[in-house]
Structure formats: structure tokens, C-alpha cells
Write a protein that binds this ligand. Structure first.
Ligand code: NAD
Length: 290
């Protein structure tokens, strides 16, 4: 069993770290939030005094932080983890961040960018998908650790490839969610019930994850955020971040992503209208009123 440092014990990080404890690993955790630290202690995670303290003596160090600035600061800032971590430790950043920061932070270390898909439900259930970029030898060492938190582990290529896969996936997710919401909105105005549309589309060519796992109307998928007033789940602010990263990446390499750009504009509007902290599937309410 491994000694693991885990930094960032929020909506995703805490259940991921808890699954590592359940798998028998020794986990030292750190988060800026006192409430997160208390919840972690209840889950059997040892309290570290700082990010560097969590990294010290660990064979694997995992970060699950909001954005690239936090990851850069935690790794490369003064007294950061880059100085404290053992030279042979494998560093795994599971946050969703920009490809450039992922490559910069990796420089010269056995480091993997390993962003996830599957949301908080996937984190709780240990069924996340990991998209991993970085050295093949480090990937082989980290695989059993990732398997304690996820079901599907894909090595996508060199450093940054995991983040690239994540940005492409989430741009597709945003577009498919808006499409699903538009279909339900049109169905409502045509007098078609949610159940009837779900019954047909979930078995037809309109089938997608946004419909069958994360349905944006209450009823057809009991666990989806629509059934709890669009409490996240996956907050719109985070989706907005991912769409911004995908548009930034598309601009940098000259890729045409007109629907990705339209999705960004719509989510910006939803966030400005008070949706930033609501689940991203709540955009159906804005589309209904448009
Ligand atoms: P969150 O805001 O719930 O958790 C982030 C945690 O990091 C917070 O508890 C915060 O206190 C802590 N933190 C911030 N800076 C820190 C620092 N310097 N040192 C220690 N702790 C620090 O966010 P989340 O929903 O857990 O998301 C984390 C990452 O996972 C993001 O990059 C997000 O895009 C990605 N992600 C989220 C989901 C989701 O459904 N929530 C799904 C896939 C990927």
C-alpha cells in the first residue's frame, strides 16, 4: 500500500481521497478550507499542515484544485510541493487546467496530468474516467492508484495530452447539454411530455450522456441535478472555465469550433443571470425563458 499526499479536498477531491483510504492507502490531505479538513479527518485522512507537508515522504502526490493558478502555486510557489516531494515520487494533477501550465509544472519530474470525467457521483462511486498525459513509466506506476478512484484509465500521450482530451470532451459535453435542453424546451412547447421524449430519444439517435445520465429535467433520471433544483453536481462556473480553456486552445492552434464558441456565450449569459453556482444543466431554465 502506498503513502499518498492529497491536496484539494473539495467536491471531487474528498470522495477521491476517501476511496484511496478505502483501498488501504495511507493518505495525508491538505486543503485551505477548515471545513474540508474536518470532513477529510472523518474519512480517515491524516491532517497535513500544508501542501508541502502532505507531499513530504509520499510515493504519490495528487492535486485536485480549481484552476491552473492554484496548481502552479501549490507546486512551484515558495515552499511548494516541488521542493518538498521525494525526487522519485509520482506527481498527479487531477484538476482541469490549461495545457501550458500542465506542461510547465511537469518539467523534469515524473508527473502526470490526469484530469477526470464522471462528476461528483463518479468520484463517490470510484467510477471516474482518467485521461492521462505524461511519461509511460510514471503512468504504469500510478495506474493502481488511479484504479482505486476510477473505472476507465486512458493514457492519451505525452505531458498535456490528458488536459487536451479533457478540454475536447467537456466542449462536447457543453454542446450536448445545450442541445438536450433545447430538445426538452421545444418538446414542452409542442405539448410532448418529458417522459415521452426521454423514452424515444434515449433509444434513438439523439441518445447521449447529457440525456440518459444527467437528464436536465426532473423525473426520467432520479439522481440528476434537475431533481434537486439544479444544486451541483458540476457548477456552471467550472463548465465556463473548461469552455474558456477549450476556446483558448482552439485559438492557439487555429481549430474551428463555432458550436464551442456559442456554448461559451450561452454559459456566460447563464452565469451572469445568477447561474454560476448552479449545476450546468440548469441552463434549461434560461433557454425556456429566452
Ligand atoms: P472545489 O472548489 O469543490 O474544490 C477545490 C478545493 O481546493 C477547495 O476545497 C479549495 O479550498 C481547495 N484549494 C484551493 N486552493 C488551494 C491550495 N492552494 N491549497 C489547498 N487547497 C486549495 O472544486 P471541485 O469541484 O472539487 O473541482 C476540482 C477540479 O476538478 C477542478 O479543476 C474542476 O474543473 C475539476 N472537475 C470537477 C468536476 C465536478 O463535477 N465538480 C468534474 C470533473 C472535473
Amino acid at each position: 500500500m502506498a503513502r499518498i499526499g492529497f491536496v484539494g479536498l473539495g467536491n471531487m477531491g474528498l470522495p477521491m481521497a476517501r476511496n484511496l483510504v478505502r483501498a488501504g492507502h495511507e493518505v495525508a490531505g491538505y486543503d485551505l478550507s477548515a471545513a474540508a479538513m474536518d470532513a477529510a479527518a472523518e474519512a480517515g485522512i491524516t491532517r497535513a499542515q500544508s501542501a508541502a507537508d502532505a507531499a513530504r515522504g509520499a510515493g504519490f502526490v495528487i492535486t485536485m484544485l480549481p484552476a491552473g493558478t492554484h496548481v502552479r502555486e501549490a507546486w512551484l510557489g515558495a515552499g511548494g510541493m516541488a521542493e518538498a516531494a521525494e525526487p522519485e515520487a509520482v506527481l498527479l494533477d487531477c484538476s482541469t487546467i490549461d495545457v501550458t501550465t500542465a506542461r510547465e509544472v511537469a518539467a523534469g519530474r515524473p508527473m502526470l496530468d490526469a484530469p477526470v470525467s464522471g462528476g461528483t457521483m463518479g468520484a463517490e462511486n470510484g467510477t471516474l474516467t482518467f485521461m492521462v498525459g505524461g511519461d509511460a513509466a510514471a503512468f504504469a506506476r500510478a495506474r493502481p492508484i488511479l484504479e482505486a478512484m476510477g473505472r476507465s484509465i486512458v493514457h492519451c500521450g505525452e505531458a498535456g495530452a490528458g488536459q487536451a482530451a479533457k478540454l475536447c470532451n467537456n466542449m462536447l459535453l457543453a454542446i450536448s447539454m445545450i442541445g438536450t435542453c433545447e430538445a426538452f424546451t421545444l418538446a414542452e412547447k409542442l405539448g410532448l411530455s418529458h417522459e415521452a421524449l426521454f423514452e424515444v430519444a434515449s433509444k434513438s439517435s439523439g441518445q447521449c450522456w447529457s440525456l440518459t445520465t444527467y437528464c436536465p429535467v426532473p423525473g426520467p433520471v432520479p439522481g440528476s441535478p434537475a431533481n434537486r433544483g439544479y444544486a451541483p453536481g458540476f457548477a456552471t462556473a467550472l463548465m465556463l472555465k473548461d469552455l474558456g480553456l477549450s476556446q483558448q486552445a482552439a485559438g492557439a492552434v487555429g481549430a474551428a469550433t463555432p458550436l464551442g464558441a456559442a456554448a461559451l456565450t450561452l454559459y456566460e449569459r447563464f452565469a451572469a443571470d445568477g447561474g454560476a453556482l448552479r449545476d450546468f444543466s440548469g441552463i434549461i431554465e434560461m433557454l425556456r425563458e429566452a
